[in-house]
Write a protein that binds this ligand. Structure first.
Ligand SMILES: Nc1nc2c(c(=O)[nH]1)N[C@H]1C(S)=C(S)[C@@H](COP(=O)(O)O)O[C@H]1N2
Ligand SMILES: [Mo]
Length: 206
């Protein structure tokens, strides 16, 4: 489908990955139905005060737009995807979320009990977003509407940690801050806890 890759593109493609210009849909289980009237976004655990926001309140938060390359562990990669939403760092900087001094990890909790875990530090970086929009449009149901975690790679930002796309939960409903790490859904199923795309941390024994 893609012919010879130029040098610039090659550098952006992690080992073992190939490019697609489609946007595959990948998840375990059915697509949940959403009801924005009853939808709540919650933050709990190692935070000074638990938080609960309605969809209207979440939609009023300061927003960020981000261009990233995304890399699925099943080996497809998609370059230059554009996302819009709220960065976790903004929520901490504004004081809306205040982690306790022992907070080190965050679990994303999604509909139907899907979870995925990341170090707090990774989720506070520029390449992680709580996204409501993809390519200027609200997320479609199959891609995680109304809210999903998104993690990708920003070309040229070698200082950031880049993880596989499963580390962003579609149909995100809450964040649990923790002092110690707890593996999420795919992590318990044998996928690598760290999931670094450049080190090919796919399965736990990779
Ligand atoms: N809630 C939920 N989120 C999920 C998953 C899932 O099974 N359930 N799968 C993950 C995986 S493995 C990938 S590659 C991406 C796929 O996102 P997409 O369907 O928008 O391409 O969602 C991630 N988030
Ligand atoms: Mo994936």
């Amino acid at each position: 489908m893609f012919g010879k890759l130029d040098e610039e593109t090659k550098k952006r493609l992690p080992p073992g990955q190939h490019l697609t210009d489609r946007f595959p849909v990948l998840h375990y289980g059915p697509v949940p139905r959403m009801n924005l009237e009853t939808w709540m976004f919650r933050v709990w655990g190692e935070v000074e005060k638990p938080l609960a926001l309605t969809w209207q309140e979440f939609s009023a938060l300061p927003r960020t737009r981000l261009r990233m390359d995304i890399h699925c562990v099943t080996t497809w990669s998609k370059l230059d995807t554009v996302w819009e939403g709220v960065s976790l760092k903004t929520l901490l900087d504004s004081g809306l979320i205040v982690p306790t001094s022992s907070a080190r990890f965050v679990i994303q909790h999604a509909e139907y009990g899907y979870t995925t875990n990341l170090p707090l530090e990774v989720m506070l970086a520029q390449n992680f977003l709580l996204a409501t929009h993809y390519e200027g449009q609200p997320l479609t149901p199959e891609h995680g509407a109304p809210l999903r975690g998104v993690c990708g790679a920003i070309p040229g930002r070698d200082d950031l940690k880049d993880v596989y796309f499963w580390k962003g939960a579609k149909w995100l409903r809450g964040l649990e801050f923790l002092g110690t790490d707890v593996p999420g859904f795919w992590e318990r199923a044998g996928y690598h806890n760290e999931a670094d795309i450049w080190l090919e941390e796919r399965r736990a024994d990779d």
